[in-house]
Design a protein around this ligand. Structure first.
Ligand SMILES: Nc1nc2c(ncn2[C@@H]2O[C@H](COP(=O)(O)OP(=O)(O)OP(=O)(O)O)[C@@H](O)[C@H]2O)c(=O)[nH]1
Ligand SMILES: [Mg+2]
Length: 209
C-alpha cells in the first residue's frame, strides 16, 4: 500500500500557540492556488480530504493530517501566501506566522514547497526558502499543474529550478500533477525517507548522552 493512503484529518489550528505538542510533521507551503491541498488529496488518493477551491486563499488555517499507526506522522496543509485579494494587514500577519513556523517549529522535519510549474520561484517562494533553509532541514519542490505544460515546457521548468539548487543538496525538485496523478511515487519516496529517519528524541536516547 502506498505510504499516504491512510492519511486522515487530525486537527485545525489557527495560531502557533495551539500547534500539536507531539509528532513529526512535513509542511506543504506555497502560493495561494498553487495546488497544496490538491497535492495532499492526490497523495492520499482521496478526493476531498483537504479542501480544494478555485477561489485562491481558501485554506486559511493550518490543517493537520496524519498517517501511520501511531498518528505521530503528519502532513500539514499551510495557508497559501501571496493572495492579492486579502487585505495587506491580514497577509502580513499570515506571512509573519509562516516565517515563525518555518524558522522555529521543532516538530517540522522537512518542507514540501508547492509551486505552479508555469511560474516557479516567485519572490515569496524565495522568502520561504530564506526562512527555512538556515534550519538545515530538507526541502522538496513540487512543480505542480505540470499537465498544463507541453513535454518541452515541463523539461525546461524542471531544469531551470534544478539549476538554481545545483549546489545545494538540501533541495530536490520534481514535476507533479494532481489532475493526472503524476509524480506521486517520487514524492512518497522523498518524503517517506524523511520520516524514516529516527526521531530526534529517540536518537538522543539511543546515543545514551
Ligand atoms: N490542471 C490542474 N489543476 C490543478 C492541479 N492542482 C490543483 N489544481 C487546481 O488549482 C486550484 C487550486 O488548488 P488548491 O489545491 O485548492 O490550491 P491551494 O494551494 O491549496 O490553494 P490555497 O488553499 O488557496 O492556498 C483548484 O482549482 C485545483 O483544481 C493540477 O495538478 N492540475
Ligand atoms: Mg489549500
Amino acid at each position: 500500500m502506498s505510504l499516504f493512503r491512510g492519511l486522515k484529518f487530525l486537527t485545525t489550528v489557527n495560531d502557533l500557540r495551539t500547534l500539536p505538542l507531539d509528532g513529526r510533521e512535513v509542511a506543504f507551503a506555497g502560493r495561494s492556488n498553487a495546488g497544496k491541498s490538491s497535492a495532499i488529496n492526490t497523495l492520499a488518493n482521496h478526493t476531498r480530504l483537504a479542501y480544494v477551491s478555485k477561489t485562491p486563499g481558501r485554506t486559511q488555517h493550518i490543517n493537520y493530517f496524519t498517517f501511520g499507526s501511531d498518528e505521530l506522522k503528519r502532513l500539514v496543509d499551510l495557508p497559501g501566501y501571496g493572495y492579492a485579494e486579502v487585505p495587506a494587514a491580514v497577509r502580513a500577519h499570515w506571512e509573519g506566522l509562516l516565517g515563525r513556523y518555518l524558522k522555529e517549529r521543532d516538530h517540522l522535519i522537512g518542507l514540501v514547497l508547492i509551486m505552479d510549474s508555469r511560474r516557479p520561484l516567485t519572490e515569496l517562494d524565495r522568502r520561504m526558502l530564506d526562512w527555512f533553509l538556515p534550519t538545515g532541514k530538507p526541502v522538496h519542490c513540487l512543480l505542480t499543474k505540470s499537465d498544463k505544460l507541453s513535454n518541452q515546457e515541463r523539461t525546461n521548468a524542471l531544469r531551470s529550478v534544478q539549476k538554481e539548487f545545483a549546489n545545494n543538496p538540501q533541495v530536490t525538485v520534481q514535476l507533479f500533477s494532481s489532475l493526472k496523478k503524476q509524480g506521486v511515487e517520487e514524492t512518497e519516496k522523498v518524503v517517506g525517507a524523511w520520516f524514516a529517519e529516527p526521531a530526534a528524541d529517540s536518537a538522543e536516547l539511543t546515543n545514551g548522552e
